[in-house]
Design a protein around this ligand. Structure first.
Ligand SMILES: C[S@@+](CC[C@H](N)C(=O)[O-])C[C@H]1O[C@@H](n2cnc3c(N)ncnc32)[C@H](O)[C@@H]1O
Length: 200
């Protein structure tokens, strides 16, 4: 989970901050420069993104993570920004029904644990949970399969999807793709990583 790769994690967090800042500049809302009231880190792991990025843009960050011992660690993380950890949901995203309204729903390196059908149903729930000026962000590895297929990993039952597959599933969920970009600066040999900014 990048714990042993601080340099990659730093590049990743900086890339996320840059992408989100650009997005907010290009699509200004009334509260363009204010901290967002509530965000959620989905598939948060030990809270690397919560602590290192989301706490810098949100006042409160909720957490969804199915592994209890990871979720517990989030609360003990030192936040880089002024935001704090809010509600912690120990559950998978396929089961999670948002109870709050969110200005930012951040999904990173976790959607491969959902089947295509579960992902579409999940995005449909996100659609109802995002505020009018809010964003659903997906940041995931991209399949590099030469035939343009998704790559299944039997060991952890996850899937690395193609860019085309993600776009197809966003359409199925009736989410609009507003901006997409590849994360820069990662070492060669890793899967390319792509951001998608979505709105209902
Ligand atoms: C590679 S880690 C990424 C953690 C964090 N998003 C980050 O970028 O540092 C994948 C995380 O997805 C979580 N996960 C596994 N199955 C999941 C599911 N069904 N729903 C949500 N998260 C899941 C794992 O427990 C793990 O914490």
């Amino acid at each position: 989970m990048l714990g042993g790769f601080p340099e990659i994690s730093r590049t990743d967090l900086k890339g996320s901050a840059n992408f989100f800042a650009k997005l907010r500049r290009e699509h200004p809302s009334q509260s363009a420069n204010d901290a967002l009231q509530r965000g959620v880190d989905c598939g948060a792991g030990i809270g690397r993104v919560t602590a290192g990025f989301l706490s810098t843009v949100c006042e409160v960050v909720d957490v969804v993570e199915p592994v209890g011992k990871f979720a517990q660690e989030v609360v003990g993380q030192k936040m880089v920004g002024g935001g704090s950890v809010g509600r912690v949901y120990v559950t998978g995203l396929e089961e999670w029904v948002p109870e709050a309204r969110y200005d930012l729903i951040w999904n990173q390196w976790c959607l491969g644990h959902l089947t295509d059908k579960q992902l579409v149903a999940y995005l449909e729930r996100c659609k109802k949970a995002v505020t009018i000026d809010g964003w659903v962000i997906v940041k995931e590895n991209m399949s590099t399969n030469v035939n343009g297929d998704d790559i299944f990993d039997q060991t952890d039952s996850s899937v690395t999807r193609t860019d085309q597959k993600f776009r197809k599933l966003f359409k199925e969920a009736d989410m609009r793709l507003i901006k997409t970009e590849v994360q820069r600066g990662f070492p060669k040999g890793l899967y390319p990583v792509r951001f998608y900014a979505l709105k209902p």
